[in-house]
Ligand binder design. Sequence first.
Ligand SMILES: [Zn+2]
Ligand SMILES: [Zn+2]
Length: 331
Amino acid sequence: MNLCNYILYTRVNFILKLRMAGDEMVNITMLGTGGNVPSPNRFCSSAFLNYKGRKILIDCGEGTQISMKKVGCGFKGIDLILITHLHGDHINGLIGLLSTMGNSEKRTPLTIVGPRGIKRAIKAMLVLIEGIPYPLNIIENPSGAFSINDGQFKEIEISTIKLEHSTECIGYSLYFKRNRKFSPQNAIENNVPKYLWKNLQLGQTFYIDDNAYTPDMVLGEERKGIKFSYITDTRPINTIPDFIKESDLFICEAMYGDDLDIAKAVKNKHMTFRESASLAKLGKVKHLLLTHFSPSVDNPSYFIENARSVFKNTTIAHDGIKIDLSYNAED
Ligand SMILES: [Zn+2]
Ligand SMILES: [Zn+2]
C-alpha cells in the first residue's frame, strides 16, 4: 500500500457526528466523491445510508463495490437504490453490484428508483449478467413524494425534484419520520388501562369490552424527524432551496472549487463551491457536505473558503467519510 492509499484508508475512520443529543438513527457513508471518471483517490458518485439496519444506496458509480468492501457495509443487505441520472459516473458500477448481490446470497427484493430510461438501462445490464436471483422492482421517473411500502422504509418519505443537467436528472430528499412521544397524561385522561400502555405506544390497537384502545390515546405531539437531501448534477436552479429546506444534512455536488471556473460550470451544467454554498444558505440547511469533484481538482480543501465564506457549516467529503445523523432530543 503506498502512502497515498494509506492516508485514504486512515481517513475512512473519520466520523462527523451531527446533533449528538439524541439517539443515532441514520448513518451515511460517502463511497465515491469524484465526478466524471474515477481516480486513485476518488471513486465515482455513491452514498450509502443505513437506517435501523435497512440499507440504501444513492448512485452507483465506478468503484462503488471496492469502496463498499473498504467500509464493510456488505452487499446483500441493500434493499433500495436511488439513481440520480444515467451518466456513467453515477451508474457504471451498478451492473457489477447487481451481479455481486446475487452471488452474495441476496434473495430479498431490491427496489431501484431512477429517471426516464432506467428500466431500459437495467434490462440491458440483466442481459449481460444473465439475470439475478432476487425480485427486482423498478420505479421509473417518479414525481413528488412517495414511500416504499415495506418494513422500516414505511418510515421514510422520499421526495424528488427535477434538476437542470445535460440529461434528465433527479434530486432526492429523504425524511425519516419520528415516532410520537408517549404521553402518560393522555393515557390517563383517556382511561387507558396501564397494562396496555407499552403495546399501544408500539402501534397496536386493542378492543376490550366494547372499548377500542388506539395508539392515538397514549401519544403526544408530533416530533421533528431527520431530513437528508442529495443534489447532483445540476445548475443551481431556484426550486432547489425550497426542496432542501432545513435539511439536517445537504449533500451537494461541487464540481469546481475555483470561482474562475464559473463559465465551465455553466457550460457543463454543474456548480462551483460558492454556488453550492449559496443553495445551502438559501435552504437554511444545518450542514453542507460537498462532493462530486472534477478530476482537475486535486485538493478540494484548497477551495473550502469559497464555500465557507457563504455558508459556514461546510465540510469537504472524501471517499469513506461517515456522518451520523441523530434526532434532536429537544424536539
Ligand atoms: Zn456526475
Ligand atoms: Zn452527470
